[in-house]
Design a protein around this ligand. Sequence first.
Ligand SMILES: O=C(O)C1=C[C@@H](OP(=O)(O)O)[C@@H](O)[C@H](O)C1
Ligand SMILES: C=C(OP(=O)(O)O)C(=O)O
Length: 419
Amino acid sequence: MIAFKLHKCGHPDTHKLFKITGSKSESNRWLILQSLFSDLVLNNLSNSDDTRYLKKALDSTDHILDIGHAGTAMRFGTALFASQAGKSVVITGSDRMKERPIGILVNALQSIGAQITYLNKEGYPPLEITGKKLKGGTVTLQANVSSQYITALCLIAPVLENGLEIELIGEVTSRPYIEMTLSILKKIGCDIQWDENFDDNVEKISIQPIKNVDKLSQTVESDWSSTGYWYTWVAFQNIGYKISLESFYNDSMQGDSKLQDIYKNFGVETSFEGNKLILTKTSDTIDQQLHFDLTEQPDQAQTIFVTCLGLGINVELTGLHTLKIKETDRIEAMKEVGSRFRESVITTTSDSIKLILPHNSKLLHDFVVDTYHDHRMALSFAPLCKFTDVQINDPMVVTKSYPYYYEHLKSINVSITEI
Ligand SMILES: O=C(O)C1=C[C@@H](OP(=O)(O)O)[C@@H](O)[C@H](O)C1
Ligand SMILES: C=C(OP(=O)(O)O)C(=O)O
């Protein structure tokens, strides 16, 4: 296994412009829809592994499809292949993917006639799928585990003869990702109703079928989730420091665009010049005790945790119940690696993490970041090289979402050596 050392970089270059590629969430939704409606033309698709894996699986005629670590590709692909008559595939992924549950989605698909069997452990990939022409109807599923199950069903709904009524039981998690899916479906002409008060503790999404989509060209907005690492970076710098990122819209479909508000807490202001996003450090006055509920921005947990760790701010993050089934158990990973950076007391529950720093908490020596096959461990902890050398083990995990991350860091003067 290789490791990178990011050498302490006290005075990085400022006024840089980075081109971030398309959102992997938007890209993977559009790719599923493009395989259903070939008249869609897509621009600025993500260059992430997750999008490359999905594209490869969709273009493949192989029986065994490996989608690596890509949760969206696994969940969206399962629904797609199950609804395609004549298709017969085994869908599998990395070792970690085989530990990420999919039973809630499989049950919902089976309830409308899908033929899916587990090849290994009940409720987990790999899956054997024999595609069938599904008619649709009503499905009921738990909504508090992963929104990706719901998106997967929504994406195939337009081609089901009777459309789909999706009853969501319990508190809906990662809601902005479902909103993104429905916004995209509306763009291709779907008629959708979302009744948030359908019944006690139940919401209902109804999607009508459509025959075809008129020729439509779509440019995917760049990835807000990747901007989080630059928000952290700017938060660590002196007043006046700025960097720019493109191409972003201020009416984004991505829930992580909430970073604009969140980082005001850390003295980072966001402005737009056309589609250019400008992040500027404007203030050093920061509350020393913060709390964020990240039910709607689960992918930013590590980012915000590291920002607080670097700035020496006590914080409690809640709403993290989905983190245990992501690329690694992210709550435990943050606790372990965070405690190696500086003197601190870090406590966790199954859905929260709390960071308490003693007065004048000192940085510890020889800071090492284990990444546990999770891109967001490397991406989020790297900016701590503002304060000390950072060793990142298995650093290329970043390609899951942000392949050019280290090139971008190098271009602002971060020295990186392989060890
Ligand atoms: O639909 C999507 O594109 C995603 C939904 C979220 O997952 P959960 O709904 O499982 O929290 C998010 O964490 C993931 O990175 C991408
Ligand atoms: C959780 C993530 O991705 P996925 O679930 O699609 O693998 C992520 O990118 O942080």
